[in-house]
Each structure stands twice: as structure tokens, then as C-alpha cells.
Design a protein around this ligand. Structure first.
Ligand SMILES: CC(C)(COP(=O)(O)OP(=O)(O)OC[C@H]1O[C@@H](n2cnc3c(N)ncnc32)[C@H](O)[C@@H]1OP(=O)(O)O)[C@@H](O)C(=O)NCCC(=O)NCCS
Length: 156
């Protein structure tokens, strides 16, 4: 487990594309600038897992201070492992590395968000000891909510 380098971007983009079906090069370059290059000393982590000299997984996390009314808290918002090496402990080691960094930073709580129907990622986070949080995610469809009935719903 180590911090990301620019040369890791291609394998990171490829792993993400196998999971999501979309290659998002511009997005990943932006994430690299923010969580790779600019992260030093900033409580942001973009970690990769290397196996036999090959990048096989990655994790991105950070500390968010006093947001959502919460004391400083760690968030993991991306974790992906190459399907060829799954269920061999790679993601668990990435989580352990992040947890160690967060503890060193004095952070006690780690949080994440996941889609309700993503049972794989739910099983994984549960295996790490994560439990349902006393928080409720809310969302608003901004098209539907346009004033004067001009949103997408108005056409129906
Ligand atoms: C979830 C994911 C990160 C797990 O990576 P991994 O390296 O295979 O995980 P680990 O080997 O560390 O597994 C740890 C535990 O997670 C659970 N787990 C992992 N894969 C599982 C599976 N296919 N089914 C059920 N539980 C599973 C198990 O409890 C496992 O412990 P065990 O091996 O003792 O049974 C990987 O499957 C992945 O990248 N999936 C796609 C991720 C995704 O959807 N990302 C988008 C949201 S950020």
C-alpha cells in the first residue's frame, strides 16, 4: 500500500472502467491533482495497492472538518480492486492503511456512503466493522424542482 504516483493513473482508470463501464480520464486527472499531488499534509489520501509490481486496487479518503454538523471525521469515498485479485485481502489492507493514517491524524470516526442495492460493497464495509450511521442522506431532483412547473416532471 502506498501513495499514488502519476504513472498509476492508467491502471487506476482501467480498474475503475471495469467496475463502472466508463473511462473517465479527465475526472481521474482532477482527482489525482487534488488527492495525489496537493494532498501532502492536507489529510487527503489516494492510496494504491501494488501486487507483483502491478497496481491492483486503490482507495481515496479524506478528513472533513465540522461538516454535516460532525466533528472531524474520516470519509472513504472510493475503493476498487481489480476483479482478478479480489477476495485476497487487498481492499482490507487499503482500509487498514487509511484507518492508521486517520488515527494518527486524531480522527475517531470513519464514514462512507453506498448505493442501497450494492450488496458487494455493503458486505465488504460490514466485514470491516462498519455499521449503519445515525445519519440520513437526502437528495433533491433539481429538474423536477424547477419553479413554475417547468421541470422535467411538467412534460409528463
Ligand atoms: C468491494 C471490493 C473493494 C472488495 O475488495 P477485495 O479486495 O475483494 O476485499 P477483501 O478481500 O479485503 O475482502 C474482505 C471481506 O469483504 C467481504 N467480501 C469481499 N468480496 C465479497 C464478495 N464477493 N461477496 C461477499 N462478501 C465479500 C468478505 O467479508 C471479505 O472477507 P473474507 O475474505 O474473510 O470473506 C471489491 O469487490 C470491489 O472493488 N468491488 C467493486 C467496488 C465498487 O462497487 N466500488 C464502487 C463504490 S466506491
Amino acid at each position: 500500500m502506498r501513495a499514488v504516483r502519476r504513472a498509476d493513473l492508467d491502471p487506476v482508470i482501467a480498474i475503475d472502467a471495469t467496475v463502472t463501464g466508463i473511462e473517465k480520464r479527465t475526472y481521474w486527472q482532477r482527482v489525482y491533482r487534488r488527492y495525489g499531488i496537493a494532498a501532502r499534509g492536507e489529510q487527503r489520501w489516494f492510496l494504491v495497492a501494488e501486487m507483483d509490481g502491478r497496481v491492483v486496487g486503490f482507495l481515496i479518503g479524506e478528513v472533513r472538518d465540522w461538516e454535516f454538523g460532525s466533528p472531524p471525521c474520516g470519509w472513504v469515498f472510493a475503493i476498487d480492486v481489480d476483479p482478478q485479485v479480489r477476495q485476497s485481502g487487498v481492499a482490507s489492507q487499503l482500509m487498514a492503511a487509511l484507518s492508521t493514517s486517520l488515527r494518527r491524524a486524531g480522527v475517531r470516526m470513519l464514514r462512507t456512503l453506498l448505493a442501497r442495492d450494492n450488496t458487494l460493497i455493503l458486505s465488504f464495509f460490514r466485514s470491516q466493522g462498519m455499521m449503519a450511521a445515525p445519519l440520513i442522506p437526502l437528495e433533491l431532483d433539481l429538474q423536477e424542482a424547477l419553479p413554475n412547473g417547468s421541470g422535467a416532471g411538467a412534460a409528463r
